[in-house]
Design a protein around this ligand. Structure first.
Ligand code: FES
Length: 292
């Protein structure tokens, strides 16, 4: 799968150390992230211009250049240009056309966003609208990117867990609908702990799931009857080849009614039976919107 030109949230910023490059993928596009001499996070194509070794297996030098593990060529984050070749003499200059493709990056709300298109023609600035999360998670899901979008729009409780809350995937407030460049689904939810023999006619809590076209970046909010927000999350989903989707979550949740510490996160494994029950009703709408 070729990465489409979007802002993709490819990492939690806190996961990018100063001394080591980090490999990330968006579809078939392999990128190396590292901190340059100013501490900013840079993104380059993860393939050395010399013999194509992955730069992510190298190191970050004291000057903030990423150094190839094979023969030691060193690259600058801002331009992608090769700035040093170890076996050159002091008189030899690195040709200006030696380099790898650089990508535009932004740090927003603790996420590293990479624009996978032309650096000189970036789209609207990215936003996660999640500036004070209490939880951050990352998990590789064994499903295609489009299936992730379908699950979040049709059966979000398969992926998402909120402490003290039972998400009612079978109670939907209306059909999924388009809102600008996203598809929105709303579900009922209840405080857990009560025995539930059948679905309530009017659940006290509402889970709203908004899945953006293309990237499937997902905003989730949970509100009570007074319309007070009691949990929220942003989930960034990046395809990793055909059958794996990397999901990174940042979120918060208020403590439950019994004072239990709140938790919000991605479930450790997929419930295969629940996945099989997913209606994928919203998927055609999401795919059509993504193709625009
Ligand atoms: S392959 Fe990278 S320096 Fe040779």
């Amino acid at each position: 799968m070729t990465a489409r030109p979007y802002w993709w949230a490819v990492a939690h910023e806190a996961d990018i150390p100063a001394s080591r490059p980090v490999a990330v993928k968006v579809g078939d596009l392999a990128l190396v992230l590292f901190r340059d001499g100013t501490g900013a996070v840079a993104a380059l194509e993860d393939r050395c211009a010399h013999r194509r070794a992955p730069l992510s297996l190298g190191v970050v030098t004291a000057e903030g250049l990423v150094q190839c593990p094979y023969h030691g060529w060193r690259y600058e984050g801002a331009s992608g240009k090769c700035r040093a070749i170890p076996n050159f003499s002091a008189q030899e200059k690195v040709p200006g056309n030696f380099g790898v493709r650089p990508f535009a990056t932004r740090i927003v709300d603790g996420f590293v966003f990479v624009w996978t298109g032309d650096r000189g023609n970036v789209g609207n600035e990215p936003s996660a609208t999640m500036d004070a999360p209490t939880a951050r998670h990352a998990r590789a899901l064994p499903c295609p990117h489009a299936m992730y979008a379908a699950l979040m729009l049709d059966r979000p409780g398969v992926l998402l867990s909120i402490g003290g809350i039972r998400l009612l995937d079978d109670f939907r407030w209306g059909d999924p609908r388009r809102e600008e460049s996203a598809i929105v689904s709303e579900f009922g939810a209840v405080w857990s702990g009560k025995r539930l023999d059948r679905l309530p006619s009017s659940p006290p809590l509402t889970l709203r799931v908004t899945v953006a076209a293309g990237t499937a970046a997902t905003h989730v909010t949970l509100r009570d009857e007074a319309d007070t927000m009691i949990a929220a999350a942003f989930l960034a989903a990046t395809p990793q080849g055909a059958m794996v989707t990397q999901v990174r979550l940042a979120g918060w949740a208020t403590d439950g009614p019994r004072g239990k510490p709140a938790t919000i996160g991605i479930r450790p494994s997929l419930d295969v039976e629940a996945v099989a029950r997913t209606r994928v009703a919203a998927l055609p709408d999401w795919q059509a919107l993504s193709a625009v």
